[in-house]
Design a protein around this ligand. Structure first.
Ligand SMILES: NC(=O)c1ccc[n+]([C@@H]2O[C@H](COP(=O)([O-])OP(=O)(O)OC[C@H]3O[C@@H](n4cnc5c(N)ncnc54)[C@H](OP(=O)(O)O)[C@@H]3O)[C@@H](O)[C@H]2O)c1
Length: 219
């Protein structure tokens, strides 16, 4: 069956039988295309994070209808709210999945004006990087317990072209530009991936990737 959310047919085949995956930002764009594909490849469970439950449920129905599989579900996840991230992780730990094969940290946004979340962080810093950092760390036990587990970040070429991290101004209060702070959030994903990989390489964990948006699902 063709993935209707891809611009081009994907000439890849995989069997994910038994595997449990989480996709943040599964309600649109790359995340939705990825969720469709992972579901079609027969993952045991595909859990998409969604900030709007109604939209999440509609996407789940659409994907189930396209793939004919019942292996996908939408759970609330608002990355601009650290409490929501903690609740999502808690629900996963208690859901009985017992493993986590893929955590696709994909949700992201570009914000043209300086805005802080209710947690007090610049919104791109939190949504694109910090909340995914928290989510990954909260789910580390499940990742480590799953042979071959992966964490994938959907990064961006803007990490290279615009990212330049100033540790004295991580939150944008001493100067903000959209390109710089979007680029920084994507650069932080890469730095974090590399460090996580280094720390976990002895645990049987396959690895972390921060793809510069050359995912096969990308368009
Ligand atoms: N498309 C590109 O050309 C491109 C290039 C470089 C990098 N990227 C990166 O790739 C990723 C996906 O991009 P895309 O083009 O597929 O984006 P998209 O179509 O705008 O979809 C973004 C997804 O993230 C979710 N999201 C946004 N803010 C959120 C929040 N506060 N909490 C939870 N979820 C939130 C959205 O949810 P809603 O459905 O509720 O809005 C949506 O599911 C992003 O991280 C982006 O930075 C994309």
């Amino acid at each position: 069956m063709l993935n209707p959310f891809l611009a081009k047919p994907l000439d890849l085949h995989a069997d994910l039988t038994g595997k449990v995956v989480i996709v943040t930002g599964g309600t649109g764009g790359i995340g939705k295309a990825a969720a469709y594909q992972l579901s079609e490849w027969n993952a045991a469970r595909v859990i998409i994070g969604c900030r709007n439950e109604q939209k999440g449920n509609a996407v789940v129905a659409e994907i189930k209808n396209g793939t004919g599989r019942g292996n996908i579900e939408a759970w609330p996840l608002e990355l601009a709210d650290l409490e929501s991230v903690r609740a999502f992780a808690k629900r996963f730990k208690e859901c009985g999945a017992g493993r986590l094969d893929l955590l696709l940290n994909n949700a992201g946004l570009v914000k043209n004006t300086f805005k802080k979340t209710k947690d007090g962080f610049e919104i791109m810093f939190q949504v694109n990087f910090l909340s995914h950092f928290l989510l990954t760390n909260l789910l580390l036990d499940e990742l480590k317990a799953t042979p071959g587990a992966r964490v994938v970040h959907t990064s961006s070429g803007m990490a290279n072209s615009a990212g330049k991290i100033d540790l004295g101004n991580l939150n944008g209060e001493k100067g903000f530009s959209t390109a710089r702070f979007y680029g920084n959030s994507k650069l932080l994903q890469i730095i974090y991936s590399n460090e996580l990989n280094r720390r976990l390489e002895t645990t049987g964990f396959i690895g972390c990737e921060s793809n510069l948006n050359h995912l096969p699902f990308s368009y």
